[in-house]
Design a protein around this ligand. Structure first.
Ligand code: BDR
Ligand code: CA
Length: 313
């Protein structure tokens, strides 16, 4: 199986990404690190454990990460995700423990302990933990198999400002470190995630799984989509983070282009923008595969089939 670390800020869509990974035998989750993003890290580290327990996976190691971005103060998104970060389904408080080690140390130690090129890092929130790890121990960068992330956007613009997507906007400095570190990068930007819409038909297919776990997922989706549905006028809202895991399972669902991507960190108007050189108008190094299209029906078929494999908790 592909060894991965998931760095995440649940988040209803983060929760689904975690479930998709835990349901998939092709993937071995070495650990999950909590990022500060949608809600503060005290809540995201708790939410991750709630999701692991829902999946019957109390064996997964969960670590708390940094409390805020590498620079400046934390911008959160309760206005999208609710006060808990995972409003829409009521899950019991977790019993499984949080590991004592800090998430950043876990990322560094894991990459140093494994053969180079064998561990993939999946970031589903602001890239603070990975950026901090690379800044502290630059030798890890050459050991990363690939970074697969949800973040950024080009043709779709931004969702926090006209230019910036939330995950990159919250910690542009960390994103810049990650994009400049030399490891292979695959990006799932808004250009992709705005195609994987939670239409009524797709949500009904998940509901039809008929387990309490599926009910929790539907509760999350219905809460989460209300925000974007209203905003974009689409049938359903975009589902972002599970695209990262779906890519590991079925890369053939995605199409994109290897190009240069730089992160704007300073400008008042465009802070957090992923400046992707899609047309190759510069000689800057091609550092990231910018995904632009997804087979959305194939994505939902995969997600639904995998959710049905999880225990009927
Ligand atoms: C990203 O921001 C968060 O609100 C979601 O969990 C996703 O990771 C989308 O911009
Ligand atoms: Ca997220």
């Amino acid at each position: 199986p592909q060894k991965i670390i998931i760095d995440t800020d649940p988040g209803q869509d983060d929760a689904l990404a975690i479930l998709l990974a835990l349901a998939s035998p092709e993937i071995e989750v070495l650990g999950i690190t909590a990022a500060a993003g949608n809600v503060p890290v005290t809540l995201t580290s708790k939410n991750i454990r709630k999701v692991c327990e829902l999946a019957g996976r109390t064996d997964v190691k969960v670590f708390a990460g940094c409390e805020g971005p590498m620079e400046g103060s934390l911008f959160t998104a309760e206005y999208v995700h609710g006060a808990t970060g995972m409003d829409g389904a009521d899950l019991p408080d977790p019993e499984m423990p949080l590991q004592e080690m800090h998430g950043v140390d876990f990322i560094i130690e894991t990459l140093m302990a494994h053969e180079p090129g064998t561990v993939t890092i999946c970031t589903l929130g602001p890239m603070t933990n990975l950026g901090t790890a690379i800044a502290r121990e630059p030798a890890i960068a050459a050991r990363i198999r690939q970074i697969v992330l949800m973040g950024g956007g080009l043709f779709e613009g931004g969702n926090v400002t006209p230019a910036a997507e939330f995950n990159i906007f919250v910690d542009p400095k960390a994103a810049r470190i990650c994009f400049g570190c030399g490891a292979p990068i695959v990006m799932m930007p808004l250009d992709v995630t705005h195609q994987t819409l939670t239409t009524a038909k797709r949500v009904a297919a998940i509901k039809a799984i008929g387990t309490p776990l599926a009910d929790a997922v539907v509760g999350w989706l219905e809460f989460f989509e209300r925000f974007d549905e209203q905003k974009y006028g689409t049938d359903g809202g975009p589902l972002h983070d599970p695209n990262v895991i779906a890519y590991l399972l079925k890369p053939e669902l995605y199409e994109g282009r290897l190009c240069n991507v730089e992160i704007e960190t300073d400008s008042v108007l465009t802070k957090g923008m992923t400046v992707a050189d899609w047309w190759g108008v510069t000689d800057r190094p091609k550092n990231a595969t910018f995904m632009r299209h997804v087979d959305a029906d194939g994505f939902y078929a995969l997600l639904t089939e995998r959710l049905a494999r999880l225990p009927a908790k």
